[in-house]
Design a protein around this ligand. Structure first.
Ligand code: ADP
Ligand code: MG
Length: 334
């Protein structure tokens, strides 16, 4: 029998953030997917936001690791340690082991999916199940996924952008590209280095993206720039530079156009019926990347389809994963 203490939880194991949903409670934990480790002893120094604040600031004896890359597990042992920490933080040690639903990007291999299930079990789950990320995102965004009507969701996270059309409870067509928030940050780092001979860290690049990055170059002209600090590549010394929103936005154009191409290709593959449903209901954006300034307008302009940003876009996958926990009870009985 299943103990009374047994809980069902949903985990959005993202490249940038891990979010935990507890059945009956909702979202109880949101933390960056980062682990700080002692390089000599292998001991875990900190997990989550505390570890993220160490990125780029660690002494030789500590490394801050992001164990998920491009939506999949890049460092298995560290992922297990991170999940174990988050599960214990959520439930405490005394409760029975939970059944856990974890999401995976669409288009991952069986081996990558297996790795997620194994890691979740080793981290303390009684049993683990996976749900495809765009499907969870669509549920979390409140789309009518079970109805005989086509919906399109575009989830832009740290590692991947997942585009999918969904109808009658299943994914009809999908695409997953390794072009999302992290690539945008990298492009900003590269651009700043080329233009100003200035080396900036990934946290600085991310902040620049959030504050001054615009998907539309035209709109960037009306946005404020920022003052950034980094290391001058010529002198090797710290330097402060004024950067305009146009500069930041130029850096991100390539990633934005790759995302738009993925959306167009997915639309081209869908049946005329689903395409016409999507024109009626619009495309819904989820994930942190949905918040990039003017992105929804640029996508609408390029595809000629209305585009909406979901409420609380960063939470959609976790909420959808949580909603789907109801189906765990069905699966357990099999
Ligand atoms: P994942 O599911 O891969 O963990 P999330 O959906 O949590 O990713 O989104 C994280 C990404 O969203 C990061 O790359 C982050 O920089 C980006 N992001 C968060 N807020 C904003 C914003 N306001 N504008 C642009 N990008 C943002
Ligand atoms: Mg995500």
């Amino acid at each position: 029998m299943f103990g009374f203490g047994t809980k069902n939880i949903g985990i959005d194991l993202g490249t940038a953030n891990t979010i935990v949903y507890v059945d009956g409670k909702g979202i109880v934990l949101r933390e960056p997917s980062v682990v700080a480790k002692n390089t000599k002893t292998g001991e875990i120094v900190s997990v989550g936001s505390e570890a993220r604040d160490m990125i780029g600031r660690t002494p030789a004896s500590i490394v801050a690791i992001r164990p998920m890359k491009d939506g999949v597990i890049a460092d298995y042992d560290t992922t297990v340690a991170m999940m174990k920490y988050f599960i214990q933080k959520t439930l405490g040690r005394s409760n029975g082991k939970p059944y856990v639903m974890v999401c995976v990007p669409s288009g991952v291999t069986e081996v990558e999916k297996r790795a997620v299930i194994d890691a979740t079990r080793v981290a303390g789950a009684r049993d683990a199940y996976v749900i495809e990320e765009p499907f969870a995102a669509a549920i979390g965004a409140g789309l009518p996924v079970m109805d005989p009507t086509g919906s399109m969701v575009v989830d832009i996270g740290g590692g991947t952008t997942d585009v999918a059309t969904i109808s009658l409870g299943g994914i009809v067509s999908s695409r997953s590209i390794r072009m999302a928030g992290d690539k945008i940050d990298d492009s900003i780092i590269y651009h700043v280095r080329q233009k100003f001979n200035l080396l900036i860290g990934e946290r600085t690049a991310e902040q620049l993206k959030i504050d001054c990055g615009s998907a539309s170059l035209e709109a960037a002209e009306d946005l404020e720039g920022s003052t950034i600090r980094g290391r001058d590549l010529l002198s090797g010394l710290p330097k402060t530079v004024e950067i305009s929103s146009v500069d930041v936005s130029e850096a991100i154009q390539e990633v934005v156009s790759e995302i738009i191409s993925a959306i167009k290709e997915t639309l081209e593959e869908t049946s005329p019926e689903i395409a016409s449903d999507v024109i009626d209901h619009g495309i819904v954006l989820t994930g942190g990347g949905a918040l990039l300034k003017n992105l929804s307008e640029v996508i609408a302009d390029e595809t000629k389809v209305p585009v909406f940003i979901a409420n609380e876009p960063l939470d959609c996958v976790a909420v959808g994963t949580g909603e789907s926990l109801k189906s765990i009870d069905v699966m357990k009985k099999r």
